[in-house]
Ligand binder design. Structure first.
Ligand code: NI
Length: 180
């Protein structure tokens, strides 16, 4: 397994639509394993393929003791509302309160290519929605009001100088927040 560089805000791939996975291959299983390792190294709770520079419709999520690699995930049901202060591994040190559904049901393929359904509430629901947004080129910033988004972008202007190559290189055990 390998810890992969994370693309940061400004990378065009973060704004692109992903391509559905037609078959869960050994190569994609290995990619999912690398994404888990990368997410854990960053102390994150979710990571989507565009965040490591890949165009496949794949994300990994790990909240408490529940971990999922999800291929072609889609939300099939949702209910309730919740506000959560979100961050993103691709926008380090920038946070914003986002309103999401409090509960979602997601259908996806698992690492064996089998159809699975995952239900999540609270943080798991937030994380699933955040990662699935990534698979459609959408970031949590897009859910903020005009003024909050402007403040977040101002914070990012200060932060982004740390990533001159547009990549975030992690080392194991890096201390960070619960970013998605
Ligand atoms: Ni994110």
């Amino acid at each position: 397994m390998a810890i992969l560089p994370i693309t940061v805000l400004g990378a065009p791939i973060l704004r692109q639509e992903t391509k559905p996975v037609t078959a869960v291959t050994d190569e994609l299983r290995a990619l999912a394993d690398d994404m888990f390792e990368t997410m854990r190294a960053a102390q994150g709770v979710g990571l989507a393929a565009p965040q490591i520079g890949r165009g496949e419709r794949l994300c990994v999520v790990e909240v408490e003791d529940q971990a999922f690699a999800l291929f072609n995930p889609e939300i099939t049901e949702r209910s309730g509302k919740i506000k959560w202060e979100e961050g993103c591994l691709s926008i380090p040190e920038v946070f914003g309160w986002v309103e999401r559904s409090q509960w979602v049901k997601v259908r996806a393929l698992d690492r064996n290519g089998e159809v699975i359904e995952v239900e999540g509430r609270d943080l798991l629901a937030v994380c699933l929605q955040h990662e699935i947004d990534h698979l459609h080129g959408k970031l949590f910033l897009d859910h903020l009001s005009f003024l909050k988004k402007r403040a977040a972008m101002a914070a990012w202007e200060e932060e982004k100088v740390k990533y001159p190559e547009g990549l975030r290189i992690l080392t194991p055990g890096e201390d960070d927040h619960d970013e998605l």
